[in-house]
Design a protein. Structure first.
Length: 432
């Protein structure tokens, strides 16, 4: 047995043994799983694939005079406000203008983008309009917060209809004539630790050329009961400083007929804590299985199961004939990420973090079901005891951190009536 602390001490002393997942697979074939467990401390993984559920937060910095930005665009692409005065969020798949991912890539590359923002104007934020060029050095914050990345074993795609369809898995030819897939196989992070025994909230990762962190389970998190999932299963929510990232590992993309997306490069180090972990990290493309699904149907039925070794052979048998297979995930960059992470750990630039909390083994995954009738619920508007109103009226005061109303002192002057931020009709609403 090993611990995170013991491995980090070996990193600190320059004695750690690190292999990429591909190297671990090859070593296991030569000398066995037990040898890998006894002689290897960390195995690095990597994936570079389109990950649509990605986006960045900004803090643009306050203007003079101040402004509460409401309608915000960068190079004509809508940035969502509604957060605070000069905060915004830009989703990678935002479609207007050149597309969200292209703005993100330009900023990461150090290019200028055109900011335009409008507002209604308030007493504390009187400015109503600003226009001008910004870049990542001119703004305060620019960081990714991606709700769903690093899918655990995404299904391959084919098309059983009689016409070509355009999808986020690429162009799918009619009559099961091609297959595309989007997982890096034996390099894929969550296939090397399928039960997430070493991965959780607080795990440090390689993210876009810098160090980032896992912050929660990803959306659509749907843990499989299989030992190694054959279908889309676990996902990760991740965060990282886009100011420090490189275009080498973050690239804007667009699929015809679908829209914009973004390639995200992520690598996760897997500590070999026990022999079970050594077993999982040494599973090869011939051991790892995914499903081929028909994207021409809404429920995407499974056509067959297939190994990544078969997919990487560039052809598989489908409905009695051989058809071409092609990856969306770049194996070249995925391998580069695993090697770069190995280099950083070996050179004491990257230390492992033990999760502060592990991700759930079960989830209540749902398809969307809407209701035809609205159910009315009466919600009482109650005082939150912030105390703001007490600064305007002698009849209102705070006692034991609770707002009190002394009726005999109320003159019905109305000064307090428009003060309450949660809409209590003062002063009598406190009683009623």
């Amino acid at each position: 047995m090993r611990t995170f602390e013991e491995i980090n001490e070996k990193i600190k002393k320059g004695k750690v043994v690190v292999l990429t997942a591909e190297e671990a697979v090859n070593l296991s074939k030569e000398k066995g799983v037990k040898y890998v467990y006894e002689n290897v401390d960390v195995v690095t993984t990597g994936t570079f694939s389109p990950m649509c559920s990605s986006g960045v937060f900004f803090n643009f910095g306050h203007t003079t005079p101040p402004m509460r930005m409401e309608e915000i665009k960068l190079d004509g692409v809508t940035v969502h406000g509604g957060l605070a005065a000069v905060d915004g969020f830009l989703g990678a798949t935002q479609e207007d203008g050149i597309g969200g991912s292209y703005v993100i890539e330009k900023l990461i590359s150090g290019q200028d983008v055109f900011l335009s923002a409008n507002a209604k104007g308030t007493d504390c934020y009187p400015r109503k309009k600003i226009e001008g060029y910004i870049n990542k050095e001119l703004i305060n914050e620019f960081y990714f917060f991606n709700p769903r990345n690093v899918y655990q074993n995404y299904s391959a795609a084919t098309n059983g209809s009689n016409k070509t369809i355009y999808t986020y898995m690429g162009k799918l030819l009619p009559n099961y004539s091609n297959v595309t897939y989007a997982t890096s196989g034996e390099l894929s992070p969550l296939l090397k630790d399928p039960k997430l025994k070493t991965i959780g909230i607080g795990t440090r990762i390689f993210f876009g050329g810098t160090q980032g962190y896992i912050v929660w389970q990803g959306t659509q998190y749907n843990p499989s009961t299989e030992d190694i999932p054959k279908n889309p299963s676990r996902t990760l929510a991740v965060i990282g400083n886009a100011k420090e990232m490189s275009r080498e590992y973050i690239r804007a993309a667009k699929f015809k007929g679908y829209g914009v997306t973004i390639f995200i490069g992520i690598g996760i180090p897997i500590p070999i804590l026990d022999e079970e972990m050594a077993y999982y990290v040494t599973r090869s493309n011939s051991d790892l299985v995914t499903t081929v699904r028909d994207y021409s149907k809404h429920d995407k039925p499974i056509i067959r199961e297939v190994t990544y070794q078969e997919l990487k052979s560039n052809k598989i048998k489908l409905n009695g004939k051989y058809v071409k297979t092609a990856p969306i995930t770049s194996m070249n960059v995925s391998r580069k990420i695993a090697n770069e992470l190995k280099r950083q750990i070996t050179n004491r630039e990257f230390f492992l973090t033990k999760p502060v909390a592990y991700l759930p083994s079960k989830s209540d995954y749902k398809k969307l079901n809407t209701k035809s009738n609205k159910q009315e619920k009466l919600i009482k508007n109650e005082c939150v005891n912030c105390g703001l109103c007490t600064g305007y009226c002698n009849a209102l005061y705070i006692e034991n951190d609770t707002v009190k109303f002394e009726r005999t002192k109320c003159t019905n002057c109305g000064v307090c009536s428009d003060v309450c931020p949660v809409g209590i009709k003062l002063p009598w609403g406190l009683i009623n």
